[in-house]
Design a protein around this ligand. Structure first.
Ligand code: NAD
Length: 329
């Protein structure tokens, strides 16, 4: 069994690869993994067990069709994580997002089709649905993305659908809530606030802080992806909900407590453009069809994450200084 993992040096992809290679997914204990990753500022080979003989690492761009023609054949399945993933960056430069998240996804799907490789699990996000004041989104809700990041992910989702519908390629799409866990780049809310609080700095909270998000432990997300890979159906979309829903204010309150400080460290700053107010997924489909349940409780999970950032300053100091990829080479 050979699995191709794009974006496997990033936050979620590297959790998936480490668990896979550690034998954490039944039936895949002997699987060999190829990671294809461009090593942007968000990719870091230190996230991966590079010496593992079952891991092959290829540095490259998921938009590079010639490279994909070499790399893709011979695999039995693909899990596609590679993406530009930070909403704030997409507000400054949408082009990189279209390139990787739309063109890259199409290039990968095309290469899989040509090589007869599948299933492909296309890893997407709840942000493609937009913002919902009340109730929850099922998989059949319209896509109403509000940020260039979300719009580019929605473009990738539509490409995935079209390759299934037009060509019969076995693609399965997941749309997951906000992930938390170790090794997340410090541009994202939980690591940013944690590392700033641990180093005596203030933290910038957007708007009134009452934006509502669902949070899922990264290992629960990866387990859901593995379920979709092994038991999901071609052409289907699966929402993957979290174990807790809370406002950004509530997250900050928890982080202040875990870091032993108080609200005097919080600066309320002008809201993010187009900031989605509330996300909420109806994930009954993956629960009933595939038996998915999140296993991690948010309280202890968040405490572990804060402890990890406290214990591993070398990991995040280097990424704060301008690029894990450069650091690794
Ligand atoms: P990340 O930014 O930590 O990692 C992205 C990885 O992709 C990095 O290793 C980067 O080097 C690589 N990459 C970027 N552009 C590439 C390209 N052109 N070619 C090859 N590799 C490239 O992101 P993440 O948080 O791990 O997210 C992974 C996936 O999960 C993304 O598709 C994202 O949209 C999706 N997702 C994330 C969340 C979340 O909360 N983080 C929630 C739902 C879905």
């Amino acid at each position: 069994m050979r699995i191709l993992v794009t974006g496997g040096a990033g936050f979620i992809g590297s959790h998936y690869v480490r668990t896979l290679l550690a034998g954490g997914y039944p039936g895949y204990r002997d699987a060999r993994v190829t990671v294809l990753d461009k090593l942007t500022y968000a990719g870091n080979t230190a996230n991966l067990p590079m010496a593992d003989p079952r891991l092959t690492f290829v540095r490259g761009d998921v938009c590079d069709a010639a490279l994909l023609r070499e790399v893709v054949p011979g695999h039995d399945a693909v899990v596609h994580f590679a993406a530009e993933s930070h909403v704030d960056r997409s507000l400054d430069n949408g082009a990189d997002f279209v390139h990787t998240n739309v063109v890259g996804t199409q290039s990968l799907l095309g290469a899989c089709l040509a090589a007869g490789v599948g299933p492909v699990v296309h890893v997407s996000t709840d942000e493609v649905y937009g913002s919902i004041d009340e109730g929850s989104w099922s998989e059949s809700e319209p896509l109403l993305p509000n940020s260039p990041y979300a719009a580019s992910k929605a473009g990738g989702d539509l490409m995935a659908r079209s390759y299934w519908r037009s060509h019969g390629l076995d693609v399965r799409t997941t749309r997951c809530a906000n992930n938390y866990g170790t090794r997340q780049h410090i541009e994202k809310l939980i690591p940013l606030f944690t590392t700033r609080l641990l180093t005596g700095q203030s933290v910038p909270l957007y708007g009134d802080g009452n934006n509502v998000r669902e949070w899922i432990h990264v290992d629960d997300h990866c387990r859901a992806l593995q379920l979709v890979l092994t038991r999901g159906r071609a052409g289907e979309i699966y929402n993957v909900g979290g174990s807790v829903t809370c406002t950004n204010r509530e997250i900050v309150g928890r982080l202040l407590e875990l870091c032993g400080t108080d609200w005097s460290r919080v600066r309320f700053v002008a809201d993010r453009k187009g900031h989605d107010r509330r996300y909420s997924l109806d994930d009954r489909k993956i629960r009933t069809e595939l038996g998915y349940r999140p296993q991690h409780d948010f309280g202890p999970g968040l405490a572990e994450v804060v402890a990890w950032y406290r214990d591993n300053p070398a990991w995040w100091t280097a990424s704060a200084e301008g690029g894990a990829a450069e650091r690794e080479e």
